[in-house]
Design a protein around this ligand. Structure first.
Ligand code: PEP
Ligand code: MG
Length: 764
């Protein structure tokens, strides 16, 4: 049964559109369960009815016409109750609703299960049989399992339904895709889909600009791959037996004109660019092979994928001119946006980012916020490969993307853009004003940096220091570990402009969702695995070079603070301190004039919260990493869009931990900062100030808004707010209450320029 289930899902997954997917579903289920009827009803938003979308067994003329109101008929009941109904004789059920001509009168037994995606009932899957009998437990379990798995596919197919591949086909206006807010702001522009090199599945469909050129590119890529395979075959000739050697011939034959190559050429001739044609052909073949019963033939899917990747890699070698790839107002779209991708687009052309995977707390989103690029993450239903070149509107406040926007929607968002510009202009005047409350309390505001570009922006915004320099960022955009000299140069570029103010440099924090392309870490559970200080203590050669580079870069400036990430016990601090002392001693022995840097740790693991006194006694400062602390306290993966709704800085458990850390660290006379995203949220910043945090570190883009909030309140007021919200037990109620308090204090402009969601609902 498991095998049948797997195949149905695979086949449905490969369907071209929603209608094809539904036709496969009813056909395959009817066959697998040997029922007389299988039908699928989907909810239609416009008419608020459940519509018969596909059937095997009922009168096909009713497809698209048979509509049941909410709670009407047994189908409506299944949907309203959101649970299966299994009946021996449907006609004797009080909700039975007979539609003459449907052919239903022939069938007695009825099993209907709801199709539910992300808590929403999308529709109902029904099987029926002539005999009067109850479907057994196994059958019910099979249909429930299948429905749960198909829900995601159906939701995806429904969402993509409005998109078309060719620009000449009619398009649906305002196709909407929900994701998670990544970085605030609105962007309007053209989708440019990028994929990591040789990632065949991520290649977008695109119309061929010049068919002859695409054919030529494909042909030469093909020749090169044929050549590569022959070379490999020859070099292994002595070590392989005859039949193994023959595999290379099989490989070569797969590329023949009457096999893969011929089909790719045909698609190019129809107007598809070479990489897109290659992807379509390879995916279709892989699909066919993986459905085969014979395990040998099933394995051929792997060969075809491999060949596809090889040809693609060759095709990607002759990348066209960068200006052609990235038009003005580029909205970069990828299965997973990586920091390296951000670096590839000229900043003056980049308007927005859309990532199918990841959430608002992924590092790509954090970087985007620091660069001020509106971003939507976790748009899981976005058909990334089919959206290249399309007009998009990206709403980074509500976490939404619209394709093919109507003139009405475009003018609505253009107005929001104008409002944003007005707000930013208004905040510019705050640059030289103190970060002081109305009752005279000074709250130091620092910045988080990583890219060199962050430095100028931070200074422009009037930052008083760097609370977090993410040293892994320059490591991420390289092809190998940077040398000591490269690191010195890059650290100096951060330390110098801020001197004499502090620059807090965090040692390499890789692992989790921060991968180095040249140092892959593949783990089942990366957030709980080898990351941060755990990696660098296991590789003292990497740690020592980095610390030496930081120390050398600070020579004569004396404004370096070193910070250790992901500390979960005091031994890690002791070991890291010993290595820092070693590097310091080596350099002073070499004659460098250095002063001992302050060393601190990040409090971002619950264990560190409870050991805060012991930790504080060992260090010069601590800084709370509320992004990870929230993830670990709430057991919510910060990168997973499915649970993004559960990730909340204002969760009472998080607020209690934050208060505990500041109180306990102060008992040891140690300064406590915070450098998680919460500090950049005006309401969060005010609560942290009230808790007693000594400095708040945030992305430069958020600094003016936070400063404006601080200047608009008294410390006394915020202490009262804190007292009030810490009595509350739901994060959403706390968030709502804080919004009201900000509004009452005359700070509603800082929440967002306008409630975009409300406005969009009206347009819907
Ligand atoms: C944090 O975890 O809050 C933090 C600032 O570090 P990062 O987001 O880089 O993990
Ligand atoms: Mg962290």
């Amino acid at each position: 049964m498991l095998d049948t289930l797997r195949r149905i899902i695979q086949e449905v997954n490969a369907a071209k559109n929603l209608d094809a997917a539904l036709a496969i579903i009813v056909k395959r289920i009817q066959r697998a369960m040997a029922t007389h009827v299988c039908s699928v009803y989907l909810f239609d938003q416009a008419t608020q009815t459940y519509v018969l979308m596909a059937t095997e067994g009922l009168n096909p003329k009713f497809v698209g016409h048979l509509r049941l109101a909410i709670s009407e008929g047994i189908v409506g009941k299944v949907a309203a109750r959101a649970e299966p109904i299994n009946l021996e004789d449907a006609s004797s059920h009080p909700a039975y609703y007979f539609v003459s001509g449907s052919g239903e009168e022939l069938y007695h037994s009825f099993l209907g299960v709801p199709i539910i995606h992300q808590r929403k009932v999308l529709g109902v899957l029904v099987v029926q049989q002539q005999q009067q009998r109850r479907f057994d437990e196994g059958e019910e379990a099979f249909l429930v399992t299948l429905s749960a798995q198909l829900a995601g596919v159906i939701a995806h197919a429904e969402a993509t339904g409005g998109l078309t591949v060719s620009n000449s086909e009619p398009v649906r206006r305002d196709a909407k895709f929900d994701g998670v807010a990544g970085a605030p702001g609105v962007a309007m522009g053209i989708a440019v889909v990028v994929a990591p090199p040789a990632d065949l599945d991520g290649v977008p469909d695109q119309e061929a600009g010049d068919i002859e050129l695409e054919l030529h590119r494909f042909q030469s890529a093909l020749d090169q791959v044929r050549h590569d395979i022959r070379v490999v075959g020859r070099s292994l000739a002595k070590r392989l037996k005859g039949e193994e050697q023959a595999l290379f011939d099989v490989y070569l034959r797969m590329l023949d004109d009457n096999a893969l190559a011929g089909e790719v050429v045909e698609l190019i001739n129809q107007g598809q660019w070479a990489p897109g044609a290659l992807r379509q052909v390879v995916q279709a073949h892989v699909q066919q092979f993986s459905l085969m019963d014979d395990p040998y033939l099933r394995e051929r899917a792997t060969d075809i994928k491999d060949l596809g990747r090889r040809v693609l890699a060759r095709l990607q070698e002759d990348i066209p001119d960068i200006c052609q790839i990235f038009p003005h107002n580029t909205i970069l779209v990828a299965e997973e946006i990586t920091p390296a991708m951000l670096g590839e687009v000229p900043t003056d052309r980049l308007s927005g980012l859309v990532s199918v995977l990841g959430s608002g707390n992924s590092h790509a989103a954090i970087l985007a916020r620091s660069m001020g690029i509106p971003t939507v993450m976790g748009v899981v239903d976005l058909p990334a490969t089919r959206i290249h070149g399309k007009q998009l509107i990206l709403d980074g406040y509500a976490g939404r993307v619209f394709a093919n926007p109507s003139a009405e929607l475009a003018s609505h968002y253009a107005e929001i853009l104008r409002e944003e510009t007005r707000l930013t202009k208004g905040l510019e005047s705050l640059r030289d004003k103190p970060s002081r409350t109305l009752d005279g309390y000074d709250m130091p505001l620092w910045v988080n940096t990583g890219l060199v570009a962050d430095v100028a922006l931070a200074l422009e915004r009037g930052a008083q220091g760097v609370g977090l320099y993410r040293s892994e960022v320059p490591f991420m955009i390289k092809d190998f570990f940077p040398s000591e000299q490269e690191q010195i140069d890059s650290y100096r570029r951060h330390l110098q402009p801020f001197a004499p103010n502090w620059v807090t440099m965090r040692t390499l924090d890789i692992g989790g969702d921060k991968a180095l392309p040249y140092f892959p870490i593949a783990e089942e559970n990366p957030s709980l695995g080898w990351r941060g200080i755990r990696v660098t203590l296991d590789h003292p050669e990497i740690f020592l070079v980095q610390v030496r580079a930081m120390l050398l870069a600070s020579e004569g400036l004396d404004n370096l603070r070193i910070m250790l990430p992901m500390i979960s016990n005091v031994m890690e601090i002791d070991e890291a301190m010993a290595l820092i002392d070693q590097a310091f001693a080596e350099l002073t022995d070499e004659g460098h004039q250095l002063i001992q840097p302050e060393v601190g740790v990040m409090i971002e693991v619950p264990a560190a919260v409870y050991q805060i006194r012991a930790i504080a006694r060992r260090v010069d400062f601590v800084s709370v990493g509320s992004n990870d602390l929230t993830q670990y306290l709430l057991a919510v993966d910060r990168n997973n869009p499915r649970v993004a709704g559960l990730y909340h800085h204002f969760h009472p458990a998080v607020l209690q931990a934050l208060q505990f850390v500041v109180d306990e660290a102060h008992k040891e006379d140690v300064a406590v900062g915070i450098c998680g995203e919460m500090a950049g949220d005006p309401a969060g910043a005010l609560l942290l100030m009230a808790m007693g945090y000594d400095s708040l570190s945030m992305s430069s883009n958020n600094l003016p808004r936070v400063k404006s909030a601080i200047r608009g309140v008294t410390l006394e007021d915020t202490r009262a707010w804190l007292l009030e919200v810490t009595q509350m037990d739901s994060p959403l109620c706390i968030q709502e209450r804080l919004d009201v308090l900000l509004r009452d204090a005359g700070l509603s402009r800082l929440i967002r320029p306008r409630n975009t969601e409300m406005a969009v609902k009206v347009i819907d």
